[in-house]
Write a protein that binds this ligand. Sequence first.
Ligand SMILES: Cc1ncc(COP(=O)(O)O)c(C=O)c1O
Length: 391
Amino acid sequence: MSKITGSKKATQFTESVIREMTRLNEMYGGVNLSQGFPDFPAPAAVKEAACAAINADVNQYAVTWGARPLREAVAREFSRRYGVPIVADEQVTVCCGSTEAMMSTMLAIIDPGDEVVIFEPFYENYGPDAILSGATTRYVTLREPHWSFDPDELAAAFNDKTKAIIINTPNNPTGKVFTREELETIAALCRKWDVIAISDEIYEHIIYDGLRHTPIATIDGMADRTVTINGLSKTYSVTGWRVGWTISPPSLTGAIRKVHDFLTVGAAAPLQEAGAVALGLPEDYYIKLAENYRQRRDVLLDVLERHHFTVYKPDGAYYIMTDITVFGFADDVEFARYLVKDVGVAAVPGSSFYQNAEKGRTKLRFCFCKKDETLAEADVRLARLVPAAVR
Ligand SMILES: Cc1ncc(COP(=O)(O)O)c(C=O)c1O
């Protein structure tokens, strides 16, 4: 048999469905409510800082684990907001986006056969991350309408082989914000089974209706066993800059930095300088960010409800999960293709967020990190949709 083939690992996962939807959308000239990137400008001060860094010839490799001003800013802001002291030199590693931060963390802590607990529906990278790092996955389902988990089901997913659990709050795709009580349940299991929490908090500042973000690292006994992952992408509307980071207990930092160094060497040096400026924006910036997204959320909720979707109102992040049963299609992928081709709106089939695709067959995810005009155009196009009972 020919050896000119992909690896076994690479055959175990498929191409990103989200990026495929974006491509189809370009082909059919649709309104792209699939991939979660803003179509509006980034803050001027942050862009100016990037230009200034390039003009000042910050053009060579930064220190592999991250330029000092950005690492210091990450440590300072986490300590200030959440009261957990962070030492930049021992705990912060800057990566190429939180995507690489997650991959480097998984590769740094997982041995083949180690088990990792993942909530589903999940951000689609976690599955391939687990496969590439050799982890055995155990999925625990978040159930609509509130995307809550059954504590017994979660407890049953832990055992002696469990090495880590991945948490994502505020959550993509559901918009769930884990409550302190839920995080305490998870934390108790992490302490009981000596497990690392990997917490993807990339939507930290995109949270609504007076709710507060709670990092699991702030729960008793968790700072020493939590890797917090975050980045510039969502908070500053710069998903293409590829700057993210880990905050890890000192005992794990060395392993993460070694993997990161050999995977990517480092993130773009001038954009790290701009990142330090971004993290220093006044509190008002974050308040307006959340308020602007709250308004967009309410606009898209109204659009989707008027066009017959069942919606699950998100408490954070910038996505709305919907139920599409009323349209009577065979499955979510067929409906998503119809939607982009014949209606002109791209969204993401629910099955791509589940290990067991069947659980997502009646679901579709829309994102609302888009200009008012974009959402208004989606409204016009979605008016073509009719429920199956009326057709
Ligand atoms: C939950 C979650 N984590 C990570 C990412 C990727 O972030 P980054 O651009 O920092 O790699 C996304 C992007 O959509 C996301 O939704």
